[in-house]
Design a protein around this ligand. Sequence first.
Ligand SMILES: *Cc1c(COP(=O)(O)O)cnc(C)c1O
Length: 384
Amino acid sequence: MSLHNYSQKFKEIETPFYYYDIDLLKATLTEAQKQLGKGPYQIHYAFKANFNRRILNEILQFGFGADCVSGNEVRKAIEVGFDPQHIVFAGVGKTDKEIKIGLQNDIFAFNVESIEELKVLNELAGALGKKARFALRINPNVDAGTHEYITTGTRDNKFGITVTELVAALPLIRSLAHTEFIGIHFHIGSQITDLSKFELLIEKCNQVQSLLVEQGFSLPHVNVGGGLGIDYENPKDHLMADFKGYFDRFKKDLHLYPGQRLHFELGRSLVAQCGSLISRVLYIKPAANTHFMILDAGMTELIRPALYRSFHYIENLTSIKERRIYDVVGPICETSDTFTKGMSLPITERGDIIAIRSTGAYGEVMASHYNLREVAPSIYSDDF
Ligand SMILES: *Cc1c(COP(=O)(O)O)cnc(C)c1O
């Protein structure tokens, strides 16, 4: 249902808050599962995109695994009901304490990001009398063509190991007694909308796989990470990511060896479009070249524009007047606390209700207490 239908209800609620369309979330998860199709495929939901309990409850219904990047995410995944046998754990800086959480819970796999980490994992597993399954995260040195802060797969990024390092480490990998090498892992970046970028990843993956086979390894798992982008510019017309285009590329071009399972780690594409940040207009302030629309939500509720200069589509839910140009800003004492500049919106006044769209991923979970702000609550469509 259109957010405009809720404008009167929203007016009665204290703002700002996150609003989640649970029907859209379910429809998106259904579509992803459908397009993944039958076969040796598995989706792991990337927890860091949104670990709101209500969102997780819906995701759990679909039997997805969990992709965690901290010990607390591993704990939380298990606590809410994800099967440890479907939990993967990535991160360049896992502490000993976090590794132990993974070991004690017998998670499916550690996505190991350096050779030093692998040695520590082997040691800690030995001390606990465990055998740790791990995939090595390979940095394929491909450019995902996305914002530099969310690019992770080039040689200038801190993530994973190079193919050269992998080859050099093979004797070590064979010698470790408390670890089991089960697969390779990649994650080249986030918000990738040019799907042809994934072909570069697929090509690298095929090369690494044949290299490992030549060396006598037969690994049961391949994990290609996440990164599928969504349409921030025009969410109304594209509420779903192109799951079909994305999965089909991998199914068609990635070479799986007999018995291998292909894993995906999707975050943003599953949850971004179901969330909107709802805010109230505090003041309109004329300026030399624009009008500032000052909201009661800011970078403390949604940091993406300040952090990555990312664009979010903004709607006025309570005005249908003629349009004018606005710079939409938050109340925080930082110039980067700007949602967007030069946006055409209906003439707006104090008290109008504004929706900042596509905020279901990397929104609520990145909120901060800066300026001693209160945490914005969350409201769900099925509560109305
Ligand atoms: C963040 C992350 C993901 C999810 O990325 P999206 O762009 O949200 O799909 C997957 N895998 C790893 C290792 C990540 O760090």
